[in-house]
Design a protein around this ligand. Structure first.
Ligand SMILES: Cc1ncc(COP(=O)(O)O)c(C=O)c1O
Length: 423
């Protein structure tokens, strides 16, 4: 088993006081903190090999290209994707939101006939259906809702059980022969529940639909293998997996990436461009990476991926599972309700909660005054809050550096909220 106390020491930001208390960071679902190796990798890149990739003939450009492509391979290994020239299944984007918009835009372009016969499998028309769930982050809901509006397709969704799990056993009813796209989260950023993907993916493929996974909250916390999950596309962000901001990834099964038309246009994605003829686009992943890439950040994200694999994703999952068990004791406090499963299986240490009679912003401020960082608001997931009859909530979420002391500090603070507000 990895030494998680030593791992925590690798995060310089955690060694500080906030409002006179040692910092307790319980907001990793929003963004994770960064270990020294990741911070150093970005710094080292700028000090030694900074240059544009895939274009210069000079030595620095060759080195930065090599570092960029090596990072892509490291990220691919973390999620069980293929890598190596001509086999790449990882596209670099600006983040999960950008990855999901890339896909929705590309499907929209296919619906206009772009990409020719190969892209017809992604095309939507009036009468077709796109399926999401009530647990989706707005970064899934809104791009696909917009795609439905642009193509005349209808948006349908999976409902949730009382404790907020996606009702995967309804896959045969919700996904119909008219369904063309299914876009579902692997783990809700509110309930922390892991989706029972197998029946949903199987049903999507049975009717010939494309399955898109939002892997933002799974890749940082669990062993994830996109081939084994049999998903067609997946999106996630580097900044939630101990990497830099400004970078995300889109996984696509190679044959699907080859068939997908581009979504943004510009330099570095075109083989041939003329004034009087259509352009000839590059093969993936370059076809989807128009413009100058965030090379230093991608290189550092590759370091983050290797760093996570070196600890072992099973070890990370086991560590956070134990912490989640402690966090769930929030539900034992008088007046606190957990939004999501109370039992500690098929869930991660992301625990949203409501304190009866106290506005989440007041709860957050009271807890922050004790040096404890949690998230308050709707967490960009309004439909799931409506499911629980709320507009907003408080959320504590774990990372590899979270300790039992962190959770105990939160439990102690949360236990005093209602009395502090005179309830
Ligand atoms: C489940 C989920 N999906 C999508 C996103 C969007 O990620 P980003 O803001 O990094 O693009 C988030 C981020 O909070 C998330 O938690």
């Amino acid at each position: 088993m990895a030494d998680f106390e030593a791992i925590r020491d690798e995060f310089p930001i955690l060694d500080q006081s906030i409002h006179g208390h040692p910092l307790v960071y319980l907001d990793s679902a929003a963004t994770s903190q960064k270990p020294r190796v990741v911070i150093d990798a970005e710094d080292e890149f700028y000090r030694t090999i900074n240059a544009g990739v895939h274009r210069g003939a000079h030595e620095l450009a060759a080195r930065s290209t090599e570092a960029f492509e090596t990072a892509r391979a490291k990220v691919a290994k973390l999620v069980g994707a293929d890598f190596g020239e001509g086999h790449e299944e990882i596209v670099v984007t600006a983040g999960a939101t950008a990855s999901l918009n890339l896909l929705a835009t590309a499907f929209g372009n296919a619906s206009l006939g772009r990409g020719g016969a190969a892209a017809r499998r992604f095309a939507l028309k009036p009468g077709d259906e796109i399926v999401v769930s009530k647990a989706e982050h707005h970064s899934v809901l809104l791009p696909f809702q917009e795609l439905a509006a642009r193509t005349g397709a209808m948006l349908r969704w999976f409902d949730l059980s009382e404790d907020g799990r996606i009702q995967a056993d309804r896959a045969d009813e919700v996904i119909t022969p008219r369904t063309k796209v299914v876009a579902i989260t692997h783990i809700s950023n509110v309930t922390g529940a892991v989706t029972d993907l197998a029946p949903i993916v199987a049903r999507a493929h049975e009717v010939g639909a494309v399955f898109v996974l939002d892997a933002c909250q799974s890749v940082p916390h669990l062993p994830v293998d996109f081939h084994a999950l049999d998903v067609d596309f997946a999106a996630w962000s580097a900044h939630k997996m101990y990497g830099p901001t400004g970078v995300g990834f889109l996984y696509g099964r190679r044959e699907l990436l080859e068939a997908l038309p581009p979504a943004s246009f510009g330099g570095s994605m075109v083989e041939l461009a003329w004034l009087d003829q259509p352009a000839q686009y590059m093969e993936p992943p370059a076809r989807f990476e128009a413009g100058t890439q965030p090379v230093a950040q991608v290189v550092a994200a590759g370091v983050a991926a290797d760093w996570m694999r070196a600890i072992g994703m099973e070890n990370i999952a086991a560590h956070e599972h134990a912490i989640a068990g402690e966090l769930l004791k929030l539900g034992d406090i008088d007046g606190i309700r957990i939004l999501g499963p109370r039992d500690n299986h098929d869930r991660i240490g992301t625990v949203a909660f409501d304190v009866a009679g106290v506005h989440p912003h007041d709860v957050g401020q009271f807890i922050d005054a004790q040096g404890i960082a949690i998230r308050v608001g709707h967490h960009c997931a309004q439909p799931v809050h409506r499911h629980f009859g709320l507009y907003a909530s408080n959320r504590a979420s774990t990372g590899v550096y979270t300790s039992l002391e962190d959770t105990r500090a939160l439990l102690a603070a949360a236990g005093h909220v209602r009395t502090f507000f005179g309830l």
